[in-house]
Design a protein around this ligand. Sequence first.
Ligand SMILES: Cc1cc2nc3c(=O)[nH]c(=O)nc-3n(C[C@H](O)[C@H](O)[C@H](O)COP(=O)(O)OP(=O)(O)OC[C@H]3O[C@@H](n4cnc5c(N)ncnc54)[C@H](O)[C@@H]3O)c2cc1C
Length: 419
Amino acid sequence: MPGFSLELDEDQITLRKWLHEFATDVIRPAAAEWDEREETPWPVIQEAAKAGIYSLDFFASAWEDESGISLPITMEELFWGDAGIGLSLVGTTLGVAGLLSSGTLEQIGEWVPQCFGSQDDVHLAALAVSEPGAGSDVSSMKTRAVYDEATGEWVLNGVKTWITNGGIADVHVVVAAVAPELRARGQASFVVGPEFKGKGLAQGQKFRKHGIRASHTSEVVLTDLRLPGSALLGGKARLDERLARARERQVALDRGEQVTSVRQKGGQAAMATFESSRPAVGAQAVGIARAAYEYALDYAKTREQFGRPIVQNQGIAFMLADMKTKVDASRLLVWRAAWMGKNNVPFLAGEGSMSKLYAGETAVDVTEKAIQILGGNGYTRDYPVERWHRDAKIYTIFEGTSEIQRLIISRAISGQQIA
Ligand SMILES: Cc1cc2nc3c(=O)[nH]c(=O)nc-3n(C[C@H](O)[C@H](O)[C@H](O)COP(=O)(O)OP(=O)(O)OC[C@H]3O[C@@H](n4cnc5c(N)ncnc54)[C@H](O)[C@@H]3O)c2cc1C
């Protein structure tokens, strides 16, 4: 296992420089337009595919880096460019993470390449977990998957909501209840290919949002969606085994016996996927926060009031000092968690959640301070900081709200069932 190091190797320095150039030359100039249009920026995704940034090979090599740091570097640079476009470029990896956490090697080999498509035919993927009645509490999911013994098919019904790339993705990974009485332990993931669009899977309402408006967010409606048995990720034998264990556990619990806790053993399809992606999501927030800090610092050095640059006022300079400190602290937490995750070091104090919590709240705070430093200009759409502030807010909400991150950390450090 490589030790934790803050020193980037040559490959990581090259990667960062390359992505920074792409973010500067391609993403930033397009950001305001796609935010206003509230549409998926297909031309930018296509350009990223041509440059080799939107591709399976690219994300696989970032993923494979043993230090764990290449993925957060990638996220930070792309989201420094723009968070809405950034999410359009990396939203696919949510679906990929769903495949990797639950699929067999064969399913991963078959489906992951289809999530990205090719340079000439770009595809997107989505991960559909959340429902109108099941956001933070994923265990109360109502979408049902019922096995049809006669045909060997799975039949899915339900409504998923707030799904990134929902309905426009070529590959949807859908989490559904197969044994609702077992709650989170009775869920399974299914892969849904493009042939089912309009044949059981449909896009519902497209949401108009506060921020990350270039990223498509929609309901996904499943109506008698009949999937072949092979769509069940992990396969039927593994599912039957898992359900049998969960039922035994339930019987033991009903008898009042001690059983190993859900959190020690894991076992929730959706939660496993989210846990592995948290440091990368934190890195996205670091990118937004750094963009706002850099912009505000430049502005404060050139904007003059009372005959001197505003940065010469302690009130402004101290704000910038706090902003820089928090951005760097966020990055350190993110890199530590990414290194731990990659090297299977257990998150005994909820370090993955810590990184996402702190980086998300930092992004909101730093972008708000950036507006303050820009004054009236900061409040207008002629300057990017108001967009960054709108974008930052999602980082205290999705992939587990700040309260849920605090819940995970507090349970981890106290060993208590804090409600
Ligand atoms: C733009 C966007 C993109 C998204 N993309 C996806 C996606 O691709 N796939 C997907 O499956 N989902 C996605 N989501 C859904 C997202 O993960 C949920 O919105 C999130 O988990 C919160 O759920 P909720 O909105 O139902 O809030 P709720 O769970 O209703 O929470 C409301 C408030 O109550 C608090 N709260 C809830 N329970 C507790 C508790 N036990 N203790 C203390 N406070 C609590 C929350 O922290 C929050 O402040 C997306 C959401 C958005 C907005």
